[in-house]
Write a protein that binds this ligand. Structure first.
Ligand code: HEM
Length: 75
């Protein structure tokens, strides 16, 4: 799997580059096509970072990631 740094992930926040990426448990997912992550924002949460610790605030489980293909690993 490809590896990306925090800095590379941070640029994919829906503002600075066209791609929208989020990381969960060290795995990076491309959510660019998700209507729910438009402009990098999902409720009060922003893309471009590892959101592992924030999943506890969500009304859903990590199963929301199942439909996304992992694109890389956060190092
Ligand atoms: C206040 C916090 C949050 C709320 C209210 C919220 C709400 C929702 C809702 C209603 C959906 C669509 C229905 C469903 O699958 O249950 C969804 C999908 C999703 N959520 Fe959240 N969520 C929150 C936080 C988070 C966090 C912190 C993450 C990442 C760790 C996350 C990642 C996702 C993903 C990847 C999807 C799937 C998007 C898609 O299918 O296009 N959510 N969320």
């Amino acid at each position: 799997m490809k590896t990306f740094t925090k800095q590379q992930l941070a640029l994919r926040n829906g503002q600075d580059k066209p791609e929208i990426w989020i990381a969960y448990q060290g795995i990076i997912y491309d959510v660019s096509n998700s209507k729910m992550w438009r402009n990098g924002k999902h409720y009060e949460h922003w893309a471009g970072q590892d959101l592992t610790d924030e999943l506890k605030d969500a009304p859903h489980t990590q199963r929301v990631f199942e439909k996304f293909i992992p694109i890389g690993q956060l190092i």
